[in-house]
Each structure stands twice: as C-alpha cells, then as structure tokens.
Design a protein around this ligand. Structure first.
Ligand code: 4AD
Ligand code: MG
Length: 431
C-alpha cells in the first residue's frame, strides 16, 4: 500500500513519502533528472539529483521508460510553479515493471491510432481530465435528483420493443425469440412513476446509428427522470435547474483541468443560469429560414440547423412543440393545436446542439393506440405500457439527458468519442 496519493500530497509537506505510480514524462541532464510521476489522482514532478542519490540510482532514473510503473520515495517540498503546488526531492526509486516502446509518445498521433490504443490513451492528461469530469457530471446529476426526492429505478437492457423508432434497433437472439437492446428506459420509468411519483434511471442505451457524425455513438449513457402529474413547462424548469446545478459543480471542481489541460474557455459556462430561452418550433423554423437554411415547416433539424440556432443565444435553449409527425409515438398532442406535440429539446450553446430530449407523455388510451398503429408498431409488446393508461392514467412528463453530448459541450470537445471511456461507433468496437 502507498503512503499517500499525489492529490493529497500537501498534507505531507516537509515529510518523506513513497508514491506508487507511472512515469508520465522525463527530461534532464547529466546531473538532474525531472520525472513527471502520475498515480491516477494527479501528477507531480520528482527531482533526482546525482549529488543526492549517487550514481547507481541516478543511472536508473536516467534510463526510465515512459509509463514504467514505479515506487518513488522522497521529501515533499512546496513549489509555486507546480500545478499541484508541490514537488518531490527523490531519495529512492524502485522499478515495479518496465514499459518498453510505449506506443503513445508525447508527439501528436492521429485519432484513429489513438482510438486503436484507447486502453492506453486513457492515461494521457486530456483523456484523464475528461474521465474525471465525466465522473463529476454523473455524480452531480444523481445528486440533483436525489436531493429533489427522486427514486433511482433501474430499467432493463433487454427489451421486447422500440421506444425511439424501429430503424435504430439492435436485435439480439433471445432463446429462439427476438429481443432488442434498449434505446431508452423511458417506458419503464413511466410505470415506475405511477408507483413512486418521481423517478429516474441511469444506464447505457443503444442505437444502431448508421451515421458517422461527431454527435452519435451506438452505445451511450443516459439519465432519464420521469415525473407523475408534471407537464411540459415543469420539465423545462427541471432541466434548467439541473443544468445550472451540474455546470456549477463541474466548474467548482474542475476549473483548472478545463482551462489548463483541456483549454476550455469557462466564460460561456458561467452563463448557464436559469431561465433559458424558450423557442417555439415555428419560431425556430423562421429563424433558420432567415439564416438561409433550406428547411420547410414539418422538417426535423439537422446538426447544422441546431448549430445555427444555438449560436444565436448565450445559454442553452429549449425548442418546444415539434410537429407530432416527426416525434416519437408517446408524445402528448398539444391541446391548442393537435399538429404539434408537447415535446422539448434542450440545445447546448456554442454550436453543440441537442443534449436533452423529452416532453409530456400521451395519457389518453385511444390516442396512444392510434399513434402505435400509425407508427406501424406491433401492438402486443406495448400492452403493458397501455395498461398505464387503463389503470389510473395520469398526466406525466420526463426527459433523457445524454451524458456524452453534455460532457462534450462542458469540456469543449469537437467529437463525443472522447467523452466515453470505450466508444462504440459504427465502425469501431475495439478495444
Ligand atoms: O432525444 P432522445 O432520442 O430521447 C429519448 O430517448 C427519450 N426517450 C428520453 C426520455 O424522454 N426519457 O435521446 C435523448 C438524448 C439526446 O438528447 C442525446 O443527448 C442523447 O440522448 N442521444 C445520443 N447520444 C449519443 N449518441 C446517440 N446516438 C444518441 N442518441 C441520443
Ligand atoms: Mg432527440
């Protein structure tokens, strides 16, 4: 076991400790070696002086390979220039295991090469920061719903039917029958909301996306709250409070990694404060036409449309009341005008686009049966779902927030493939 971790090294200022970790980088001269040691919690510079350690140890230090695993002993000293505020004066080094010809050198590599080596790429500083922030984002989201009195209810991954259309289903053989990997836990959360009032699920979801865009994965993580007796306006309010809360948490904990490691300008994130602008679908169409986009009423937005819309505002926006015809079968109709649905997408600023989808659910049995038929869905697998409208139907609403798209926006990444530990893309399932 180790004496301490690099993140907590400050407590040992002036003392001699042993760190266990890996060599991130090394530079030096004939008399001094500067080792960048990382242990997962942080990075520290360990200084090896020939005059202090003698020739044998100095030679060992001078020949250390990138990513060799080590035990390094030395005195902890304050250092204003170091990101951690400390450095170590080395008195002992034990090589745990060597690392010969580590494939990822500090020079630039192509992204395909890095993705091939994702199992190693995770150790690099930017990737390290992204996974730390991902962890904080997920725990902040869960903290938000836990403190607001929601119950975590886990949804199944094998499902008998589609939620978000049949074109992106992954089919699996299930004991001689067909099953699908879940596209969303929503339908199950609707059942759970009738039992518990306010619920959420969090887990992996799957879409056989045959698109190679920077916004699509075939496996992504989604958090989906569902709230009994809530309406469209309620879910917009919950979403803006949620995003304000999690953005503040991420900023409070990771400003240094965002600015120094990921080179993310944090000013736009400081503006993530409720309320967010609410834009009717019709208004959005008008704005896009004015900007010269070739889009007619009734069409869905493409990535470029979303980028244009979000660049007109300084914070996330809601686009609400999409035409019922372009939304999923479960959306409630707008009682004011049935061609619209009580749906809402939240689009992240700076061109990022949709990060949340949701709305109010159809609670009328006959309407829902018609919609299922219109979508050419087999009625059998939805009978249990229709039961929720037969036995004490209730107005309710919810949404799903995609973790990777939200993380890409918060951290300023161009592509969401770096925002999940092991991305699954149309042409990639390795490593
Ligand atoms: O808009 P979507 O498809 O909505 C649903 O699945 C609803 N059933 C959620 C609900 O109301 N409970 O997906 C929700 C979010 C998107 O806004 C996006 O952030 C993410 O999930 N998402 C994807 N992320 C990465 N790759 C993909 N292929 C994604 N598809 C959706
Ligand atoms: Mg959507």
């Amino acid at each position: 076991m180790k004496d301490t971790s690099i993140a907590g090294i400050g407590e040992f200022s002036g003392k001699t400790v042993t760190l266990e970790g890996w060599l991130y980088n090394r530079r030096g001269s004939k008399k001094l070696q500067f080792l960048q040691i990382r242990d997962g919690s942080g990075t520290i510079q360990a200084v090896v002086a020939l005059a202090d350690v003698g020739e044998e140890l100095f030679e060992l230090a001078s020949g250390l390979n990138q990513e060799a695993s080590l035990r390094v002993t030395g005195e902890v000293k304050p250092d204003d220039r170091a990101p951690s505020g400390f450095e170590m004066l080395v008195s002992g080094i034990e090589l745990v295991a060597d690392s010969v010809d580590y494939p990822i050198s500090p020079k630039d590599h192509g992204v395909d090469f890095l993705l091939e080596n994702r199992h190693l790429w995770l150790r690099s500083s930017k990737q390290h920061a992204l996974m730390r922030i991902r962890g904080t984002l997920i725990s902040a989201l869960r903290e938000f719903f836990d403190k607001e009195g929601y119950l975590l209810v886990d949804a199944p991954i094998f499902t008998p039917s589609s939620v978000e259309g049949t074109t992106t289903l992954f089919e699996v053989e299930y004991f001689g029958d067909k099953a699908y990997l879940t596209q969303s836990g929503q339908l199950y959360m609707e059942a759970a909301a009738a039992a518990h009032g306010k619920v959420y699920c969090f887990g992996p979801t799957f879409r056989a996306e045959k698109s190679k865009t920077r916004r699509h994965l075939t496996e992504f993580w989604m958090l989906e709250p569902e709230i009994a007796f809530a309406n469209l306006d309620d879910v917009m309010e919950i979403q803006e409070q949620m995003l304000e809360f999690v953005t503040a948490k991420v900023l409070a904990k990771h400003r240094d990694e965002l600015e120094r490691v990921l080179e993310r300008d944090c000013t736009p994130l400081e503006k993530v404060k409720a309320p967010f602008p609410r834009v009717h679908y019709d208004e959005a169409i008008a704005m896009l036409k004015e900007k010269g986009q070739d889009l007619e009423w009734g069409g869905d937005f493409g990535g470029e449309d979303e980028t244009i819309l979000t660049k007109a505002f300084d914070r996330p926006i809601f686009v609400h009341r999409f035409p019922a015809a372009i939304k999923a079968f479960y959306m409630a109709p707008d009682p004011e005008d049935l061609k619209y649905s009580l749906s809402v997408d939240c689009l992240a600023p700076e061109g990022y686009g949709e990060i949340i989808g949701g709305g109010q659910r159809a609670d009328n049995l006959e309407y829902l049966q018609e919609r299922i038929a219109e979508h050419n869905l087999p009625s059998g697998p939805y009978e249990w779902y229709l039961d929720l409208r037969r036995y004490g139907s209730f107005p309710h609403a919810g949404f799903g927030i995609g973790i990777e798209r939200t993380l890409a926006w918060l951290t300023g990444r161009q592509h969401i493939r770096e925002c999940i530990p092991f991305p699954r893309l149309m042409h990639r399932i390795q490593p």
